[in-house]
Design a protein around this ligand. Structure first.
Ligand code: ZN
Length: 320
């Protein structure tokens, strides 16, 4: 039996789907409101006998894997890993090199997660973050939005984060790899982000993998600074706001692509939740592929300056 069949065998599709939507019994089958289009009368059916689902409203359908991919907005490999874990099915064992990579990624993820928590607590409570809170308020950002995007604040210090994370047992080497510390030629290290609003960048599953940092002093440069590329973070693959937007993109059947962090967050709090931004101005094919799993309609809303227009044209070229 293949791994896929083994997983299908062990997981009950109606139980799995019921975790995402309410289902009612309809003879041998189940029906509910389709999660992939807006409807008032249920036309979404689950057929436990053959392990499949189908929506007679929008025509989507498939097996437990396609449902997981659609509803979570993930690729097959990620869905396979998730469902295998839930089914208690062991995927083929990793080689020692893969294992090492995997555990490194695991450690780096913990570092970023801890940093998100640290920065967020500072923004909410630290007296030194007073001007950061004032700045966000002035930009019109409310407390809900700060929570939704887990915004934070990095102290004006060369080693506050370093000290905090070393105290949690992480190694300097991993802190450098994660992008949180900068290493100088003489091997000494210091906090990359200082006196900035910290904006966590999440992967598709909602795990934080990097940061964008916005300056608070008008003369400080650069205005926005991102984490460098790391084993977790590949700019060309990640869209800011994707995790918070994917449900809305599917429901609205359109994705609005903007240029910056604020352009994602401010509309989000005003109820326009189908908004994402690439990290920089150019859209890549990987970005579009990710979005095309959710919708075929893109609205490019980038700044009218030259860099913005350039990015838009490049984006359209890629979308064609
Ligand atoms: Zn449907």
């Amino acid at each position: 039996m293949s791994v896929v069949d083994d997983i299908k065998d062990k997981l009950d599709i109606s139980d799995y789907i019921r975790r995402h939507i309410q289902l009612q019994k309809a003879g041998r089958n189940f029906r509910g409101l389709c999660p992939f289009h807006t409807e008032k009368t249920p036309s979404f059916f689950v057929f436990p006998d053959n392990g499949r689902w189908h929506c007679f409203g929008c025509g989507k359908g498939g097996d437990i894997f396609t449902f997981a991919m659609e509803v979570e907005g993930v690729d097959f490999h990620t869905a396979l890993e998730d469902l295998a874990a839930q089914a208690g099915v062991i995927l083929q064992p990793l080689s020692p090199a893969q294992k090492q990579q995997e555990s490194e990624a695991e450690r780096l993820r913990s570092i970023i997660q801890e940093a998100v928590h640290y920065y967020h607590t500072l923004l909410r409570t630290a007296p030194q973050a007073c001007h950061a809170r004032a700045y966000l308020k002035e930009r019109g950002m409310n407390a809900d939005c700060i929570e939704t995007f887990q915004l934070g604040y990095s102290l004006e210090s060369w080693d506050a984060l370093r000290t905090h994370l070393l105290g949690k047992g992480f190694s300097v080497e991993d802190l450098v790899k994660s992008g949180m510390l900068v290493q100088r030629d003489d091997q000494r290290t210091y906090d990359r982000f200082r006196d900035r609003i910290m904006i966590p960048i999440l992967d598709r599953k909602g795990n934080p993998i990097a940061f964008g940092g916005r300056v608070l002093q008008p003369e400080a440069q650069p205005k926005y600074m991102n984490s460098p590329q790391s084993p977790l973070f590949d700019k060309s693959q990640v869209l800011f706001g994707y995790h918070q937007a994917n449900q809305a993109i599917r429901q609205e059947d359109s994705a609005i692509i903007v240029e910056g962090y604020m352009d994602v967050m401010i509309p989000h709090q005003a109820g326009f939740k189908n908004v994402v931004a690439p990290m920089g101005t150019a859209l890549t094919e990987a970005h579009l592929k990710q979005l095309q799993r959710l919708t075929q309609r893109f609205i490019l809303a980038m700044d009218a300056d030259s860099a913005g227009i350039h990015g838009t044209i490049q984006g359209l070229e890629t979308a064609r």
